[in-house]
Design a protein around this ligand. Structure first.
Ligand SMILES: Nc1ncnc2c1ncn2[C@@H]1O[C@H](COP(=O)(O)OP(=O)(O)OP(=O)(O)O)[C@@H](O)[C@H]1O
Ligand SMILES: [Mg+2]
Length: 153
């Protein structure tokens, strides 16, 4: 099955760590490493033309952001899986403060993303949606099926 995975979550919510742990067999679509939307679009088109599974590891706070990937992938028959990363500003700021070098972003970036953040819905085209929380004590993740009523921050 060809799969398109889309992440949703603030800076330092754990997305790239999660990708490395569980999804590194999929092509990594990540603006931090691709740098430009142009380069990103090329990789996306290339994957879709060849039917290769990919994971989009960007913050993608709005439904409109997510459509950039969901719309063409769905049209090409991909299975669309979303992971929403618990995005409490306090926790993200703390983890961000611990990061080194370029990985560390200004707090203003976190505040800007939280303002835009729209929680995902199946109506956007997701076939599956999950809620992911960091279990920092165990350096692990807790993954549960998405439930709009139950999902926390
Ligand atoms: N499961 C975890 N347990 C403990 N610490 C974690 C866990 N996942 C991530 N972290 C820590 O949190 C920080 C942020 O993680 P990560 O870089 O994966 O976030 P991100 O969502 O990819 O951020 P960005 O959007 O800025 O790229 C990292 O320093 C990482 O070590
Ligand atoms: Mg990242």
């Amino acid at each position: 099955m060809k799969t398109a995975v889309i992440f949703i979550g603030l800076q330092a919510s754990g997305k790239t760590t999660f990708y490395n742990k569980y999804l590194n067999g999929l092509v990594h679509i990540n603006l931090d490493t691709l740098h430009t939307r142009n380069a990103e679009a090329k990789v996306l088109t290339d994957c879709i033309e060849k039917g290769i599974s990919f994971a989009v590891d960007n913050t993608d706070p709005t439904a409109e952001d997510r459509q950039r990937y969901i719309s063409p992938a769905k049209a090409a028959g991909y299975h669309i899986t979303g992971y929403y990363f618990s995005s409490a500003v306090s926790g993200c700021r703390e983890r961000n403060a611990q990061r080194e070098g370029k990985a560390k972003v200004p707090d203003a970036a976190i505040y800007s993303t939280i303002k835009k953040l729209e929680r995902p819905t199946y109506g956007e085209g997701f076939d599956e949606l999950f809620y992911v929380r960091i279990d920092s004590e165990n350096n692990d993740f807790i993954i549960s099926p998405w439930d709009t009523e139950e999902a926390g921050t």
